[in-house]
Design a protein around this ligand. Structure first.
Ligand SMILES: Cc1cc2nc3c(=O)[nH]c(=O)nc-3n(C[C@H](O)[C@H](O)[C@H](O)COP(=O)(O)O)c2cc1C
Length: 178
């Protein structure tokens, strides 16, 4: 079996939740990206990045873009979670807008996360309240999937996390290992 690690960057816990599930099921190590230097991960053959979408940015973007050259020989897999339901076009745009060319073609998986405006940092809460106000002026038919989720959640606490979103990524890891 190949040696693997799951690295997460999570502000409110959903990316951590997914990362820990993946690590447990694959018998990989699991670490918070903020404590990681690229030299720490050279010994792994499979590296899974697990992060969230914040205002169209991916949480592990900076680390991966900066360090990709030093880990590109490894099996790298990306898992992203957000409030939005899965939408192929949105996900593709997100990845194209966040990552260097070589990273865009890496295996990518998506799951829904959680949303709780009361638990957000002040900056995020203000930003999200502004977004809700702006988006609520749009017609329903013009809403993007993420904006629909925003309108559904507003100031309610929502938790869409589900192990079912992990099935495709777990299948890939098992294929790599066999
Ligand atoms: C400031 C902010 C911006 C967000 N923007 C998006 C977004 O553009 N698209 C989306 O699907 N979810 C968005 N979300 C929802 C987060 O991706 C979701 O809450 C995720 O589960 C957070 O992961 P974490 O708990 O690991 O931090 C946003 C959340 C915050 C706080």
């Amino acid at each position: 079996m190949k040696k693997g690690i799951v690295l997460y960057k999570s502000k409110y816990g959903s990316s951590k939740w997914y990362a820990e599930k993946i690590a447990e099921k694959c018998k990989f190590e699991c670490k918070d990206l903020k404590h990681i230097k690229v030299s720490d991960i050279q010994k792994y053959e499979i590296i899974i990045f697990c992060g969230a979408v914040y205002a169209s940015g991916v949480s592990f973007r900076k680390f991966l873009n900066k360090n990709y050259e030093r880990i590109k020989g490894k099996k790298i897999i990306l898992f992203v979670n957000g409030a939005s339901p899965f939408d192929e076009k949105t996900l593709k745009n997100l990845i194209c807008n966040n990552f260097k060319k070589e990273i865009i073609s890496l295996p990518l998986f998506y799951g829904r996360g959680a949303w709780d405006i009361d638990k957000m940092s002040t900056l995020h809460r203000v930003l999200c309240k502004m977004l809700i106000k702006m988006v609520s002026k749009k017609k329903n038919k013009d809403l993007q999937p993420w904006e629909e989720a925003l309108m559904e959640a507003k100031d309610r606490s929502c938790d869409w996390k589900d192990e079912k979103y992990l099935e495709p990524i777990l299948k890939l890891v098992s294929k790599i290992n066999n």
